[in-house]
Design a protein around this ligand. Structure first.
Ligand SMILES: [Zn+2]
Length: 374
């Protein structure tokens, strides 16, 4: 099997660490940010653009691809890498997060989830075995166990959901038939330290090649998220990568790398780009604001991305106001470049022993804007 995690360096003052994930489709330097390609495309970008902004790995959503175009179509077209024209490392999620976001459309029992398609109302059933079979058809390098993502503050619901998540993780492990995909177990447990600890210990006991941390950044206070991360990371083996699902603002990336997270995926940089919001070292700019009408400056002075090298805030604002699709392309390109560059700088700083300095400088100059990931 091509998957291997190489731990290269740890920061002396925090749990931050630098590593390298080996897959049969290439390397992923960690800490890593994974752009989200929900429908087998990162919205508004081509794989060529993703290479240019420095993406080493891309995520696609099993739930969406299962419903459309279907795993059978993707198999006939040569698998997900070939189908979407991305020959680098790929990760598919289990669909759990999407299934549990569909309130009113689903029923959960011990064996799996029955739900109605958000596209045409047709009824479907996903079990742990089926979710693994679909991800084996898609063929990503990293795949995920089916988990249940409950409302984070509801203790009774979290206990019940955790029992299912654990039973499903064991069944996913059993159901796996391909040897060339790394299956990650997912830790849940809401905002309850004892549940998080129990979950991390149980899932780690199943001996997965990597671990996802789910059910955070879904509405709980930031301090709770940090506390849950600390509890969880302490119970996970140091020689396996840890992937925090659905987190991706610059401030959160720093806070969570500090707490020992190696991989992140989030729609935030690409979603806000399509609303005209762009990331800068000092915080978020909304290019729709009238103040940018005559602004000749790039989004970020000195940014090496194609957008900042060639276009002014005034021009980007004009494109967005006029509804021109290239505007969304250019803002997405910048936001991903910015986020991926931040991860590269964090990795270099961890290797150089200067992570705390970088973190302190960045956070001191950065005005965080609260927005949920997912
Ligand atoms: Zn830029």
């Amino acid at each position: 099997m091509g998957f291997r995690f190489e731990l290269i360096a740890g920061d002396a003052h925090s749990r931050a660490r630098a590593g390298l994930i080996h897959t049969s489709h290439g390397l992923v330097p960690t800490p890593a940010f994974i752009p989200v390609g929900t429908q087998a495309t990162v919205k508004a970008l081509t794989p060529r653009d993703l290479r240019e902004v420095g993406a080493s790995i891309v995520l696609a959503n099993t739930y969406h691809l299962y419903l459309r175009p279907s795993p059978e179509v993707i198999v006939r077209l040569g698998g997900l890498h070939h189908f979407m024209g991305w020959d680098g490392p790929l990760l598919t999620d289990s669909g759990g997060f999407q299934l549990f976001s569909l309130t009113g459309l689903r029923e959960v029992d011990a064996d799996g989830v029955t739900f109605r398609s958000h596209l045409d109302g047709s009824t479907h059933r996903l079990t742990p075995e089926k979710v693994i079979a679909v991800q084996e058809q898609l063929g990503a390098d990293i795949i995920m166990c089916l988990d249940e993502c409950p409302e984070p503050m509801d203790r009774a619901y979290n206990e019940e959901a955790l029992a299912r998540t654990h039973a499903w993780a064991a069944r996913c492990r059993q159901a796996q038939t391909r040897g060339d995909q790394a299956l990650f177990g997912i830790v849940q447990g809401g905002i309850f330290p004892d549940l998080r600890r129990a979950s991390a210990e149980y899932i780690a006991g199943l001996d997965f090649p990597g671990y996802g941390i789910g059910g955070l950044s879904v509405g709980e206070p930031k301090e709770k998220m940090h506390e849950m991360l600390e509890v969880t990371v302490d119970c996970l083996p140091a020689d396996r990568p840890r992937h925090l699902l659905g987190v991706g603002s610059p401030q959160d990336l720093f806070e969570c790398v500090t707490r020992g997270v190696d991989m992140f995926d989030c729609v935030l940089p690409t979603r806000i780009a399509r609303n005209g919001a762009v990331l800068t070292p000092t915080g978020r700019l909304n290019l729709r604001n009238a103040g940018y009408t005559d602004d000749p400056a790039p989004i970020v002075e000195g940014c090496a991305c194609y957008t900042c090298q060639n276009f002014s805030r005034a021009y980007l604002r004009h494109l967005i106001k006029a509804g021109e699709i290239v505007g969304l392309h250019l803002t997405t390109l910048h936001n991903l470049h910015f986020t991926l560059d931040l991860m590269r700088r964090m990795r270099e700083a961890i290797l150089a022993g200067t992570f705390s300095k970088l973190r302190g400088e960045f956070l001191a100059g950065h005005e965080a804007t609260e927005e949920l990931g997912g």
